[in-house]
Design a protein around this ligand. Structure first.
Ligand code: ASP
Ligand code: MG
Length: 418
């Protein structure tokens, strides 16, 4: 008998019919002899609605206001956990609903984006020992001062992985509306292929680059605690034990190490260029220090020094949402080094190729640049890590670039021959 954690996202529990379907999946694994802990999201759209109510009465700027907002926003998950437990009971399966504070799932007090500190296992273990299924409200915890916290949007993935780690579960099955992780966004790339396995680190890059299948933090946790995570569809009838979805695994356990595993993209990019900044020590610190102090995340950076070495152009990217604040700082903060002009462009996108195979295969970057050149796509900024190459391009070329790269790296699905 194994202990399985199952997590169901918002679309999987969007209405009563779907909650009933979820209950049959829970019962199926229970009947197969497993102990089951379920973690649920709010019904699709509910969290947005609750966040919207809060913002109609408050700007939610201070931590103390966010604490009261979390009290509201966490309610969505409480409803689903109760409904699913009720439905399981109707099917004759003993079940109990749990709120975060009852477990307890202890977090810090950064309301609306709290981090998990510790998870109690005693109460739920006692419930499991009685043969009950534990149905936990995801996304919520309790702060040191005893108030309800939430773990950031998409946070029930993180609840599920953390709970799987705390209870040493055999596997954490993340049920969603797609049947796994794909080589690229299947809405854009018709030939995208479902991956059987993906390395934790690769998944981390994909998640942080905008593949919205999993919350980034949940992938970090899975990697740190070596939690075996499967992403699979709620709407497919294959038993989860047969691993119909995509499994997140250690790099050593990857069966195939392709040069490139997947392509990710993000439209949420904006470029800022400062021209003719004086080229002397401290200039970068002078620009990026104040941005960091205001919590503005800078992603890609490139610097072009003039031939005489006296001046430099500096280009960097921030999220579209941070662009107005970043611009305001760059133009008006007295600590900023002087420059001739400030250019901005909100119409850019980042495309990344990801794969642990890059560590051992040369030429992946060159192939990317050649492929984009053949399509006449200009590269504005390049950045690399050990397993990722990212380029900034004009937003209107995203689809063309993704398709060309998907083919160039041999990722296209092969048509099945009859
Ligand atoms: N309900 C929360 C959200 O919409 C948490 C989650 O679904 O993971 O962000
Ligand atoms: Mg989600």
């Amino acid at each position: 008998m194994a202990l399985i954690v199952q997590k169901f996202g918002g679309t999987s529990v969007a209405d009563i019919e779907r909650i009933k379907r979820v209950a049959t999946i829970v019962k199926r694994d229970r009947d197969a002899g497993h102990q089951v802990i379920v973690v649920v999201s709010a019904m699709a759209g509910v969290t947005n609605q609750l966040v919207d109510y809060c913002s109609q009465v408050s700007s939610l700027m201070e931590n103390d206001q966010r604490a009261n907002a979390d009290h509201v926003v966490a309610a969505g998950e409480q409803i689903t956990s109760g409904l699913l437990a009720l439905e399981l009971q109707s099917l004759g399966q003993p079940a109990r609903a749990w709120a975060g504070w009852q477990i307890p799932l202890h977090s810090d007090d950064m309301y609306s984006k709290a981090r998990i500190d510790e998870i109690g296992t005693e109460a739920i273990n006692a419930s499991l020992a009685k043969g009950e299924v534990a149905v936990i409200a995801g996304f919520q915890g309790i702060s040191p001062e005893g108030r309800i916290t939430t773990l950031g949007r998409g946070g029930s993935d993180t609840s599920a992985v953390a709970i799987a780690a705390a209870f040493k579960a055999e596997r954490c099955d993340i049920y969603t509306d797609v049947d796994g992780v794909y080589t690229s966004d299947p809405r854009i790339i018709k030939k995208a292929r479902k991956l059987k396995q993906v390395g934790y680190e690769e998944m981390l890059e994909m998640a942080s680059l905008g593949s919205k299948v999993l919350q980034t933090r949940s992938v970090e946790l899975a990697m740190n605690y070596r939690v075996k995570v499967q992403v699979l569809s709620t709407f497919d009838d294959t038993p989860a034990d047969q691993i119909p979805g995509t499994l997140l695994v250690d790099e050593e356990d990857l069966v195939e190490k392709q040069r490139v595993t997947g392509l990710a993209y993000s439209r949420d990019e904006a470029r800022i260029t400062l021209t003719n900044v004086e080229n002397k020590p401290g200039v970068s610190a002078g620009i990026f220090g104040p941005l960091a102090d205001r919590g503005i995340n800078v992603d890609m950076i490139v610097q072009n020094v003039t031939e005489d070495g006296k001046q430099t152009d500096l280009t960097f990217t921030v999220t579209k949402g941070d662009l107005p604040r970043a611009l305001e700082l760059v133009k008006n903060d007295p600590a900023m080094p002087k420059c001739e002009k400030v250019h901005t462009d909100g119409g850019v996108a980042k495309i990344s190729v990801i794969g642990v195979g890059m560590r051992s295969h040369a030429g992946v970057a060159a192939e990317m640049f050649r492929t984009l050149a053949e399509k006449n796509i200009n590269i504005i900024v390049i950045s690399t890590s050990e397993i990722k190459i990212s380029v900034l391009i004009d937003e209107s070329y995203i689809e063309l670039a993704l398709r060309a790269l998907h083919t160039a790296y041999g990722l296209d699905a092969v048509e099945e021959k009859n």
